[in-house]
Ligand binder design. Structure first.
Ligand code: NAG
Ligand code: NAG
Ligand code: NAG
Ligand code: NAG
Ligand code: NAG
Length: 484
């Protein structure tokens, strides 16, 4: 063996030893959501959702953009599936539009064109060897139900149960991974506390907790319906989807460490703890009760679960669907006044980004790759969820094709997911990056681009073009390791 051959041989061995692999059956995929990609907002019998109404209200969305056409996936879903296949991806997370199936949200009328759309999409995916991971509700509540009080009305849990049952009946023979809800925390904070997302109600300090309560009941109802009526014949899994960011204390003072606990429990725990442990986090119960009393209420602004409800919600998740983008530093703030109830005052911390983290085009999205490994360890220890799917994560830019910022971010993030699997023995079974395509980014309209595939929103064809990140991700999915 010559010296060069020895070097090459040595290099191959070191390469094999150092390249950590994702498990053989790990699924790489991509994600999207009905209102953000489908368009066809009033096509073929679809009913109105609260997002149609919100986006049609001038001044709510940047540039007054709407999801009326979006990526036109209602017509172009075959192209979407062809791209997933071309990239070698094995799982696609998409959501069903509730009012496309039930125009008013109620079971009296089922819209056959909507049913056909999703059955066709699922068939196209299965034929391409791609597993559908289906979200039942990604924020497009039927407007009729929004008018009935939306997520403030506990009866919405019953309406949601009827809708979930219909979806399990219609699609459950083909779908093995369900997520009833998407990010209840985002809806409750932005829809019912600050009001900058639909339904746009700034009910500071009160709406958020009622909204959280109704979401928990709705999720549990869908899980029980699946468990009692479908699990034995369909054999799928119903997971809880939740967004959990990571919070570092800004200092090691006890106040900042308590602020970190509050940040995790009001963010992640408010929704996960009821589902996994049967009640709100104690920190949240104590804090909202304390402030409510000082504010003059005779009760806590946080609703109380009855014993029966605690039993009903406890343990209603078969896997954890984790949406995780980034981290923040938190610094404790003192209680200053008790004259205006708000989540901000309940939280009592100031959150900032570490100046060393790179910033995406989105004001809230910084680059902190280790954050995901911290959250995976936190969720695993606290909730013991069995399997975890990272159901959302991604990077926002201005839509450039050579998106090296996204590649750098995903590389760092996936390296930390891999470390959590290999070093920390956490059972992460899949990753669906947000998002497959540039799309309607809620109140940011089309100004924030999260896709690994570019969409030309100026062309009636909504032409799709792979970005550098898509080419890179394709090689990661094929090699099952982090490649350059
Ligand atoms: C949005 O629509 C409102 C009402 O028509 C108008 O006043 C406003 O200038 C529009 N905003 C943009 C960015 O076009
Ligand atoms: C807090 O203490 C930990 C453990 O000693 C250390 O890693 C971390 O850097 C400290 N944080 C700050 C902000 O000083
Ligand atoms: C939830 O279930 C777990 C496991 O059975 C149990 O330990 C816990 O006490 C229950 N939580 C409540 C609030 O009942
Ligand atoms: C939060 O922190 C930022 C950055 O350090 C600072 O500019 C701001 O004044 C702080 N806000 C409060 C309410 O303390
Ligand atoms: C749209 O696609 C059709 C069919 O591929 C093509 O003929 C047409 O030129 C395209 N139009 C634009 C504006 O890209």
């Amino acid at each position: 063996m010559g010296a060069l051959k020895v070097l090459v041989f040595f290099g191959v061995i070191v390469g094999c030893l150092s390249a950590k692999q994702f498990p053989e059956n790990f699924l790489f995929g991509a994600a999207g959501a009905s209102y953000q990609i489908e368009g066809g907002w009033d096509a073929d019998g679809k009913g109105l959702s609260m997002w149609d109404v919100f986006a049609h209200t001038p001044g709510k969305i940047k540039n007054n953009d709407t999801g009326d056409v979006a990526c036109d996936s209602y017509n172009k879903y075959k192209e979407d599936v062809a791209i997933l296949k071309q990239l070698g991806l094995k799982v696609y997370r998409f959501s069903i539009s509730w009012p496309r199936i039930l125009p008013k949200g109620i079971p009296t009328e089922i819209n056959q064109a909507g049913v056909d759309y999703y059955r066709n999409l699922i068939k196209e995916l299965k034929d391409a060897g791609i597993e559908p991971l289906v979200t039942l509700y990604h924020w497009d509540l039927p407007q009729h139900l929004a008018e009935l009080g939306g997520w403030l009305n506990p009866r919405i849990a019953d309406y949601f149960g009827d809708y979930a049952r219909i979806c399990f009946e219609l699609f459950g023979d083909q779908v093995k991974y369900w997520l009833p809800l998407n990010e209840p925390g985002t809806t409750c904070v932005h829809g019912y506390e600050t009001g900058d997302l639909a339904p746009g109600l700034p009910l500071s300090g009160e709406g958020i907790y009622q909204c959280a309560y109704v979401h928990v009941l709705a999720h549990a109802k869908a899980w029980h319906i699946y468990n009692d009526e479908f699990r034995s014949k369909q054999g799928g899994k119903v997971g809880f989807n939740n967004v959990c960011f990571w919070f570092y204390p800004k200092s090691n003072n006890s106040e900042d460490i308590e602020a970190q606990t509050r940040a995790m429990e009001f963010g992640c725990g408010l929704y996960a703890n009821p589902i996994y442990n049967g009640d709100w986090p104690q920190v949240v119960i104590d804090r909202v009760a304390y402030r409510s009393k000082k504010e003059g209420y005779s009760f806590s602004r946080l609703p109380t679960f009855t014993e029966e409800e605690k039993q009903y919600i406890n343990g209603t998740s078969d896997y954890y669907g984790l949406n995780m983008y980034t981290s923040y530093l938190v610094e404790a703030l003192a209680d200053e006044s008790f004259d205006s109830p708000s989540l901000e005052q309940d939280l009592a911390y100031n959150s900032t980004a570490d100046p060393s983290w790179a910033h995406s085009a989105s004001e809230w999205l910084n680059l902190d790759p280790p954050g995901i490994r911290n959250v995976l360890n936190y969720v695993n220890e606290k909730y013991n969820p069995g399997e975890i799917v990272v159901t959302e994560n991604g990077w926002s830019d201005n839509g450039e094709l050579d998106d090296q910022g996204r590649v750098t971010y995903l590389k760092g993030y996936l390296s930390n997911v891999l470390d959590a699997i290999v070093e920390d023995s956490i059972n992460v079974i899949a990753y669906t990056t947000w998002s497959l395509m540039d799309n309607f980014e809620w109140n940011q309209g089309y100004t924030q681009k999260f896709g690994i595939v570019q969409v030309d929103f100026d062309s009636p064809n909504r032409t799709r073009t792979l970005k550098s990140s898509a080419e890179w991700y394709k090689r990661v999915a094929a090699a099952k390791e982090i490649v350059d």
